[in-house]
Design a protein around this ligand. Structure first.
Ligand code: UT7
Length: 329
């Protein structure tokens, strides 16, 4: 049996659209208040794509920054994997568009649909390809233009979501000497598939089919049920990721930016102090697959990520799906 290649993170980058949608702006669109949104979610504003700006543009910009941080040319990549549920088109995926935009004609390119767990899913895939020796340099991206799917008449969901992209370049650890992925996991429970979904617009209910209901062509969710699942799953993923590790080595948890209260609830369960967690939900809302790499990139730029310390990445979302990774920076 061949031995596994150790995999590291050579560079990270992120990108958000310029346009800001504040809670005050939302007060003009739907029956809500800034006070309610801040108290129940921690969100103050989120970024939204402008006309002509699409998921592939966000993904491309994040990819270019990650490549620059890694000091690796696009022509050196052999694979691009994008986690998204808001691709520019139903098909083809965003990854082949990124391949063209960044100039990586030699790289294979495909998308993975795992909603808010999207970045953890592509990170898991990228790690596995390199670890098995099937790839050497893999660009993984979480990118979403979720606000194009939001129903701005549904106050229970429209206040949550924002647009963004985050990317990481993975290489054999011996080439980058940082960010070794020590553990990773993925999971799913398909019995919860209608807890967060966009029911119409797929092949079961396409827009030209008799009985098509355009009100179902938006994100819909059972907020309270998702809330309960999320607190429990986040706590469980943090605990299993850190199992058997030395508490002295622990650095930060970088969780999916789902809701400040969900993050606080999970932290309380596992007994972690708030300063041990990266949270930027106040400025970006829930950006689905982009949220973990966006928070990770900001924490790196803010100098919060200490070399040699352990980082725990956790995410969960529609599917239901979830994923985690333990990384030594
Ligand atoms: O990545 C996974 C994606 N999914 C999620 O992130 C969802 C996770 N769930 C949540 O974050 C929370 O459940 C929400 C933020 C969606 C809702 O917060 P909540 O504390 O669970 O509120 P609730 O659904 O229990 O609603 C409480 C009240 C209701 O009014 P009544 O029935 O008590 O009179 C809602 O109609 O708050 C009302 N409400 C609002 N009021 C003002 C719901 N949304 C709003 C709003 N503004 N935007």
């Amino acid at each position: 049996m061949t031995s596994r290649v150790r995999v590291g993170i050579a560079g990270i980058g992120s990108h958000v659209p310029e346009k800001i949608l504040s809670n005050r702006d939302l007060e003009q669109l739907v029956d809500t208040t800034d006070e309610w949104i801040v108290k129940r979610t921690g969100i103050r504003e989120r970024r939204v794509v402008s006309p002509g700006e699409n998921c592939s543009d966000l993904a491309t910009a994040a990819a270019q920054k990650a490549l620059a941080a890694a000091g690796i040319a696009a022509t050196e990549l052999d694979m691009i994997i994008v986690g998204t549920v808001t691709a520019d088109h139903v098909f083809p995926g965003v990854a082949p568009q990124v391949q063209v935009n960044i100039g990586a004609p030699q790289a294979s390119a495909f998308d993975v649909s795992a909603a808010c767990s999207g970045f953890l899913a592509v990170l898991n895939c990228g790690e596995a390809f390199i670890a098995s020796g099937a790839a050497r340099r893999v660009l993984v991206i979480g990118a979403e233009a979720l606000t194009r799917m939001v129903n701005y008449e549904d106050r229970g969901s429209c206040i949550l979501f924002g647009d963004a992209a985050g990317a990481a370049v993975l290489t054999p650890f011996e080439h980058c000497d940082q960010g070794e992925i020590l553990r990773r996991s993925l999971g799913a429970d398909g019995t919860g598939h209608s807890m967060i979904w966009m029911e119409s617009g797929g092949t079961k209910q396409p827009h030209h089919m008799e009985g098509y209901d355009s009100s179902r062509n938006f994100i819909a969710m059972q907020g309270r049920e998702v809330y309960r699942f999320a607190v429990q799953k986040m706590a469980e993923l943090i605990e299993t990721s850190l199992e058997g590790t030395d508490p002295e080595e622990f650095g930060l948890v970088i969780p999916h930016q789902v809701n400040q209260r969900i993050i606080d609830g999970a932290l309380e369960r596992v007994g972690l102090a708030p300063e041990k967690v990266v949270v930027n939900i106040e400025r970006y809302g829930n950006t689905s697959a982009a949220s973990v790499p966006l928070a990770w990139d900001e924490a790196l730029r803010d100098g919060r990520v200490e070399r040699g310390k352990l980082l725990v990445l956790v995410a969960f979302g529609a599917g239901l799906t979830w994923g985690s990774a333990l990384v030594r920076w």
